[in-house]
Design a protein around this ligand. Structure first.
Ligand code: S3P
Length: 171
């Protein structure tokens, strides 16, 4: 299928640092759609940060909340929805995204991801261990599933404008 989904929702997936939020905002502005960041909505619903949710309740509780928030957002109106890097790993979420929205994988080379997330707090999965090893493992695990997105766009060149344009061209 091509074009925007009938309900006008475009979902951005990809690893931490791929530019889902940055490009998502730009894309929303270009297309005249609302921009919604799922992580931000989860924090709003929980009344605390993602790091706090992980620390207090653990990752499975975060994933439950993430699934509920994304499912709710997929029922609403047209928007660009940026999801957290792990959201598309959930089979139910993946199936719902694929049936209700157009999905876009922002694919990005590992060295670029490492540079972009380095020194930035607030991502609990990256807080323990070696950043490069952790991201490489996530990449190996997740790339085959991100590849199920409707559209794959390379976003490693640091140009928000080019990345956004490539998505628009691919829609
Ligand atoms: C996660 C990515 C984060 C956030 C959480 C877990 C992941 O979102 O949802 O820390 O599992 O990759 P970003 O991809 O927006 O950093």
């Amino acid at each position: 299928p091509s074009g925007i989904a009938p309900n006008g929702i475009i979902v951005l997936v990809g690893l931490m640092g791929a530019g889902k939020t940055t490009i998502g905002r730009r894309l929303a502005a270009r297309l005249g759609l609302d921009f919604v960041d799922a992580d931000h909505e989860i924090e709003r619903a929980a009344g605390c940060t993602i790091s706090e949710i992980f620390a207090r309740h653990g990752e499975p509780a975060f994933r439950d909340g993430e699934r509920r928030v994304i499912h709710r957002l997929l029922q609403g109106g047209p928007k660009i929805l940026a999801t957290g890097g792990g959201a598309f790993m959930d089979p139910q979420t993946r199936a719902l995204v694929r049936s209700r929205a157009r999905s876009v994988w922002l694919r990005c080379p590992l060295p670029v991801l490492i540079r972009r997330v380095s020194g930035r707090a607030g991502r609990p999965l990256l807080e323990a261990g070696n950043l490069e090893t952790t991201l490489a493992a996530l990449q190996a695990q997740r790339h085959p599933l991100y590849a199920e997105a409707d559209i794959i766009v390379d976003c490693g060149d640091d140009s928000i404008e080019h990345g956004t344009q490539r998505i628009i061209d691919a829609l």
